[in-house]
Design a protein around this ligand. Sequence first.
Ligand code: ADP
Ligand code: ADP
Ligand code: MG
Ligand code: MG
Length: 539
Amino acid sequence: GCGICVNRCVFNAINIINLPEVLDDKPIHRYGPNSFELFGMPTIEDGSVVGLLGPNGIGKSTILNILSGQIIPNFGNYNEEGSWDNVIEYFKGSQLQNYFKKLSNNEIKIAYKPQMVDQLPKVVKGKVSQLLEGVDERNKLDEVVEKLELKNTLDRRLGNLSGGELQRIAIAASVLKDANFYYIDEPTSWLDVKQRLNTVEVIRDLTKENRNVLVIEHDLATLDAMSDYVHVMYGEEGGYGVVSKLRGVRVGINAYINGFLKEENIRIRKQPIEFEIRPPSDLIDSDTITTYTDFHKKYDNFELKVDAGEVNQSQVITAFGPNGIGKTTYAKILAGVVKPDSGEVEEEIEIAYKPQYILSDFEGSVQDFLFMHAKGYGTNVFKTDISKPFDLDKILDKQVSKLSGGELQRLATAVTLSQDADVYLLDEPTAFLDVEQRLKVAKAIKHLITRDDTSAIIIDHDIIFIDYISDKAMVFYGESGVSGHSTAPIHLRDAMNKFLSDVDISFRRDKETNRPRVNKTDSYLDRQQKEQGEYYYLE
Ligand code: ADP
Ligand code: ADP
Ligand code: MG
Ligand code: MG
């Protein structure tokens, strides 16, 4: 052991610069010997949305499981079943005492949206309309269906829906209930920007009826727009997690970005996350990797047209737009998975491709998988440029089939980036990743493509990630599920303005950290920026 934290060194857990004192206390919950420990619980604020912000594997979902009564906290005594009497005694004098008293007596009504919505069809059968009508205790079915764009799913069965559709159905099913407490675990995976902000609206609507919401979210722009308060959480993946004090949403997210919790005197990251307030300067284009002609592709019910464009060395091109508009189809065309009706890539280039939906039917460990599929596995370059940013060492011994969504995403993206290619094509690489991982991935990609004079084309919905990584961008627009049209890779400023005017959303910058924040519709800045046609950058 390192001598400081004898009972925790088994996980090699502490890399936080100054050790929080709370680790001397009994944990709220511990799953087993040498296993994860949770310290602290969130505060409940009446009629508010409280966000939980922190890395993966530090107990956020565990907290929701405790508050919804699925786990009774054991205070570290993992050999015994937790008991409500102990819980009520432990929280004596705090607001949670009353909460758990009521919870144990079934006097609280809870609505819960689980993190993994792909499980939904396994537990609920039948049509979407039956599910939603059955839970519509607030009599808001029509309104919520409209807001979450669910009309054309109502007659369909739960079995054959996309990830984004299941996500919105799960959100609808939870907010329609007449509950006191709403626990919403990662609502935005697979959703586009507009759907994310519509989700914010249906969730904020609950607070107008003085209901309480606790939400876990990794998209900082969405979390910011959704929450009144946040608890920053910190700790070590799989080791321990600590809930820091409640902060107002702006102050809390800024503390997270700065990497320092002042009142607790805890540094959670060596450096702040830095944002550029200006658009990338007019690029002097580097050498061309390839050009491509216009692409056309027609399915029975959907038609895609992509404008001709060029891919340059050491540049990241992002591609964004609504769901169902042909982004994945475009990626599949480039990757050679789908044949276009017309159009071609003009040079012979190698493309390494990570699809949007990743399958994990591989039998064997992550290490086995890396041996078979990762280029250069075992070399020092692989260690520093791939293993480290993707934290692969932590998951080497896990079975691929048992990985969490975020772990599988890291593995798939890492293996794609390890290939020798001219263009790295990544379809929604941030899904299920936490904020830190999103940044590490962004940095790793930038590093690799500038080192090798290659390029990356990245489809994504996280505005802050896009802002951080893009040199140029393609905007997809049109009518979802009917027809899609994409621009060539253009200047990020023009792309942001086009995309954001299509969805009618403007952003301002936080004065302290420069991070982008969604403007309230019809606020002074919103009207002013829209008038000037500057939806994203202010000068
Ligand atoms: P988060 O939601 O922050 O990603 P979770 O609360 O899901 O994290 O999990 C925190 C840690 O607890 C994880 O590292 C996981 O390994 C562990 N864990 C979660 N559920 C269980 C369980 N039922 N048994 C043992 N360990 C668990
Ligand atoms: P995005 O990635 O922007 O969400 P996609 O490219 O996945 O959009 O899909 C665009 C549209 O094309 C959708 O309406 C989808 O149903 C349709 N589509 C995708 N693949 C096929 C296919 N193989 N056959 C018929 N329609 C398809
Ligand atoms: Mg979780
Ligand atoms: Mg897609």
